[in-house]
Design a protein around this ligand. Structure first.
Ligand code: S3P
Length: 188
């Protein structure tokens, strides 16, 4: 349903016709990449794929299990391969895990073959959202606010290389999806 949006269907169709690459959402854990991505794909009438889900399917294990059994470096290798495959296969919207765009190879691939969109949000909102589920291995050992603040500082130089940046507040995810479309329209 897009009827409550400021942007109408013909406007969305006009922007969609100009998008010739997958849209890849990047940003910290909890910014809403999956929810916003699903909404954006629905608006564009394209596929949505969550890279973390694809990694879990390929490994037949949860992300937390992959970290526990094999470690983060192994996870990053799988993540790089899976995202490479998804970019080749998809013309839709891909949500990536928060660390994917920090990997130099993955980042170069996304920047070359897709439109990277950084969804940026205040840390306090992230702390609140990520506290709802205990599925993220990087937040299990320590104070989530400290960890997220540290990750923000270290990753911001990478996220800011995305072609598009959208600041998402506590507004409905449909508003972030709409802001992304408008930003892409201005950029392409
Ligand atoms: C990670 C983020 C997670 C997941 C893994 C590592 C990160 O994805 O890929 O736990 O390094 O920030 P979300 O950003 O979807 O939570």
């Amino acid at each position: 349903m897009t009827d409550h949006l400021a942007i109408d269907a013909s406007e969305i169709a006009r922007i969609a016709a100009r998008i010739d690459r997958p849209i890849v959402l990047v940003g910290l854990m909890g910014v809403g990449k999956s929810t916003v991505g699903r909404k954006l794909a629905e608006m564009l009438e394209r596929d949505f794929i969550d890279a973390d889900d694809a990694i879990e399917n390929a490994a037949q294990r949860s992300i937390a299990e992959i970290f526990e059994e094999f470690g983060e470096a192994y996870f990053r290798d799988g993540e790089r391969r899976v995202i490479g495959r998804l970019i080749e296969e998809s013309g839709g919207v891909i949500a990536t895990g928060g660390g994917a765009f920090v990997d130099p190879e993955t980042r170069t691939l996304i920047l070359d073959k897709a439109i990277a969109v950084w969804i940026d949000t205040d840390i306090d909102i992230l702390v609140e959202r990520t506290s709802r589920r205990d599925t993220r291995p990087l937040l299990r050992n320590g104070d989530p606010k400290e960890i997220l603040t540290r990750l923000y500082k270290s990753r911001e130089p990478f996220y800011s290389q995305a072609q598009i940046r959208v600041k998402s507040e506590n507004a409905p995810h449909s508003e972030a999806a709409e802001a992304i479309l408008e930003a892409i329209d201005r950029w392409i």
